[in-house]
Write a protein that binds this ligand. Sequence first.
Ligand SMILES: Cc1cc2nc3c(=O)[nH]c(=O)nc-3n(C[C@H](O)[C@H](O)[C@H](O)COP(=O)(O)O)c2cc1C
Length: 390
Amino acid sequence: MNLIIGPMRVRLQDAAETVMSTAKLFSPMQVGKLNLVNRIVIAPMCQYSAEDGCMTDWHLIHLGHLALSGAALLTIEATAVTPEGRITYADVGLYSDACEAAMRRTVESIRRWSQMPIAIQLSHAGRKASKDLPWKGGAQIAPDHANGWRTVAPSAVPFQAGESAPMALDRDGLARIRKAFVEAARRAVRLGLAAIQLHGAHGYLLHQFLSPLSNQRDDEYGGSLENRMRFPLEVMDAVRSAVPPDCPVTMRVSGTDWAQGGWDIEQTVAFAKALDARGCTAVHVSSGGLTPAGQIPVGPSYQVPLARAVKAATKMPVIAVGLITGYEQAEAIIGTGDADLIALARAILYDPRWPWHAAAFFGARVKAPDRYLRSQPHQFRNLFDMPSED
Ligand SMILES: Cc1cc2nc3c(=O)[nH]c(=O)nc-3n(C[C@H](O)[C@H](O)[C@H](O)COP(=O)(O)O)c2cc1C
């Protein structure tokens, strides 16, 4: 059916298609100097496919295809700042020139074909290091076995019974790890990465300092909340001041251990306020991972209330994550203001075109590579109507 509007003859369908989507999920956002085209972040996902900390072709395939997904930001997996900070012997690291060169090859190849900004998560696994690959059971590998090493932690408390206890870090050990975070951050800046996320979640080293279940120190790094926050905040300060002021530095936190006597949302809010006051650019709110005793109420959006609590108490942008799989579910999280951004992990591995499909659902637009423009379905005529990729 045609309509006559002044001198223009417009098909009704075209008129409907020219109406811009009102989906908040597809509204742009600025985070520090980072321009995000929508609110969809690809969460960091370990691939256990590196050799001596160096990315391999798998990383180019994996990150490369996610970089064509139409999300706003791609986050490189937990990247160890020291060799003993790797979860497994096949984790990516950024602790040597060889690691940096391998990452440069991957990142530069992706950049030739995608404008999606690439962030990196810097991590130290602490007592959760020296593990086998998840698909081989993920058990701890003893220090005297091939591919195993002695782990370090705030206190000599193993993650679970039957594991070798980690070595409690002394002052020199703390200084060494702080410096390793700084050096890895400098390498990330040299690689032109768009943002640095510090891994303070999932029971890894920084979280081990925060939680009273893993931190039983009696010096100024243990005991009170202020003392338990000290080392993670020192790492934030050290990284923040080592990189250019406009480089976003964010923190991923576990909002709770889901365990009696552990880290909880009140402490997370206090930590988030301290991060906000120190120039942390954004906070990504996950949960769990500190203890196998955690009782996690897994279900759709189960971590969103934690993000909401942090959002209510701070000014910095908040990212929600965890079983966000539906388009309207994601839209509701952004639309209600529970969080500023949503992150996807399993859903985008399962459906790497999730952002395209969400955009089609809402009548919004995504970037697609020129080579794929012909795939635009007939009924979504303006879906790919974004500036060209290359
Ligand atoms: C394969 C895989 C690898 C992961 N690796 C990391 C990682 O490197 N760093 C991290 O903080 N979380 C990691 N996670 C957790 C996710 O980032 C995410 O927080 C979690 O899967 C919940 O989100 P989802 O329900 O969208 O999967 C990983 C998850 C998966 C499925």
